[in-house]
Design a protein around this ligand. Structure first.
Ligand code: KIV
Length: 270
């Protein structure tokens, strides 16, 4: 394991300062102590314990089977390896369907070591966002392609391509910010929509398949290492051609995000 720590623990204030200075930060999924150590030591500011673990670790074809017990276990693992990154954790499918579930499950993730929880949805999560924020739990709102709703959407498709849908996403993003969200994550939306939302919000916006103009980029670890079974358009394999192995690949990702060389044109949707 690598032992070099981030020079200072990353907090929400750190991320807001990066945004306000017009700079970028890098986020990566992590599910265990070893990769949490490597990624945080490589300069990744946010480690997401994502429910993508249902697909990349457990072999399911969606994130729906992931349970709270799975999430708590992996958050605890990541916390043990982390060297100063901010730990974000997903509330899995149906774990925030009611107010009491939202509060209880978010509290379990925070007790396990998360520092911010992520919920998927638009206007309907505004109330949960407010409840959590009022009780001291930071929130990242995940919009655009929301994989927990794959059965409603009909597949893993780009969202917000028509003007009406784009306007709804923008308005709901503003509503979630007003409800207390500290970060917005946009997945698979046209780059111009992501740009409009990023400049309209005060909070940092993390993008995946959302073009180069968001405040930050996130990748799924297995995509970055080229070991995922499918390779969506927005993915880049940073391991291929890298002479410094996995730590080098993650460092290259961080550097590409900060120097704005990733995502490139070929990784964007119009
Ligand atoms: O679960 C996850 O890994 C995510 C990313 C795709 C952003 O939500």
């Amino acid at each position: 394991m690598s032992t070099q720590a981030q020079s200072k623990n990353v907090t929400l204030t750190t991320l807001q300062k990066i945004k306000d200075a017009g700079q970028k930060f890098a986020c990566l999924t992590a599910y265990d102590a070893c990769f949490a150590d490597i990624a945080s030591s490589a300069g990744v500011e946010v480690l997401l314990v994502g429910d993508s673990l249902g697909m990349v670790l457990q072999g399911h074809d969606s994130t729906l089977p992931v349970t709270m017990a799975d999430m708590v276990y992996h958050v605890e693992c990541v916390k043990r390896g982390n060297k100063g990154a901010l730990i974000m954790a997903d509330l899995p499918f149906m774990s925030y369907a009611s107010e009491s579930q939202t509060l209880e499950n978010a509290a379990s993730l925070m007790r396990a070591g998360a520092q911010i929880v992520k919920l998927e949805g638009g206007a309907w999560i505004a109330n949960s966002t407010k409840l959590l924020a009022e009780r001291g739990i930071p929130v990242c709102a995940h919009m655009g392609l929301t994989p927990q709703s794959v059965n409603r959407i009909g597949g893993f498709y780009v969202q917000g391509r028509d003007t009406e849908q784009a306007q709804v996403i923008l308005e709901e993003a503003l509503l979630l910010q007003d409800s207390g969200a500290n970060i917005l994550l946009l997945e698979c939306v046209p780059r111009n929509l992501a740009k409009t939302i990023t400049v309209s919000l005060e909070i940092p916006v993390i993008g995946i398949g959302a073009g180069p103009d968001t405040t930050a980029q996130i990748m799924v670890l297995h995509d970055l290492l080229g070991v995922s079974p499918i390779t969506p358009k927005f993915v880049k394999n940073f391991l291929v051609g890298n002479n410094n192995g996995i730590p080098g690949a993650i460092e290259s990702f961080v550097s590409a995000v900060k120097t704005e060389t990733f995502p490139a044109e070929e990784h964007c949707f119009d």
